[in-house]
Design a protein around this ligand. Sequence first.
Ligand code: SAM
Length: 283
Amino acid sequence: MTDAPFDPHSLPPLREVIARFGLDARKALGQNFLLDLNLTGRIARAAGPLDGVTVVEVGPGPGGLTRALLATPARAVIAVERDHRFVEALQDVVAAAAGRLAIVEADALTVDPVDLAPAPRAVVANLPYNVATPLLIGWLRRIADFDSLTLMFQKEVADRLVAKPGSKAYGRLSVITQWRAEAKVLFNLPAAAFTPPPKVASSVVRFTPRRAPEPADWTAMETVTAAAFGQRRKMLRQSLRALGDAEALLAATGIPPTARAEEVDVAGFAALARLWGEKSRDI
Ligand code: SAM
């Protein structure tokens, strides 16, 4: 006998759950909820294939995306929520999920999904916007430990994540992201899709680990991109001065000293980071 698949509609409607538990949205915790199960189903499907994968969800809130993830063939869902009110409200979903859902009450910035979930693992989340970027950076550092990350960001942040050299949105976040991962915007959602609606539109972005990232040390890459984009209008021979002999560094990597940060691709930054790393070890 096989278990019946989890039916997201078998539980009370999300609006009813919110009213019953008094779950008013708190701005400080980035609480903008998705209450349309068709939309959360779309996100869960976009995160696939999840067969046999343990999914870590950050910020389940009232549980719309959590229910949709449980309706996929994912092995289990481990949801990390900081707001205790939701931990209580989600207990009905835990019961209906027959051992496939665990709620961890914690600040996601302090927990490592690798400690929570066995491989193969993925992260799927409608992220709280105030901590979305630091969370992403932490996961990119160890992206090889994940099958994929499927995450909702403010559209403006998503545009920066996937921006190419030469564009206005191209910056440090684009370089670090595309160095470690293939990043793709899957679809956008208008502000009106959320309750309460935020001020801006959102995008779902999927990240998969880059198979052979340009070799470079993480700290060196952060240092070089911070110096370069910290003064993005200046030529690199000026902006990289803080790192030592900028002219020599640029000459050795073949990047014109008159180039600006936004003209250098990921491979160029990795070459700068490698060389700067070697030089700073020699000192
Ligand atoms: N997943 C739900 C949905 O799509 O309707 C809620 C998404 S809402 C944008 C963000 C959720 O993250 C909220 O439930 C909020 O309480 C939670 N949250 C905010 N900061 C957090 C943190 N540092 N760690 C874990 N959860 C957090």
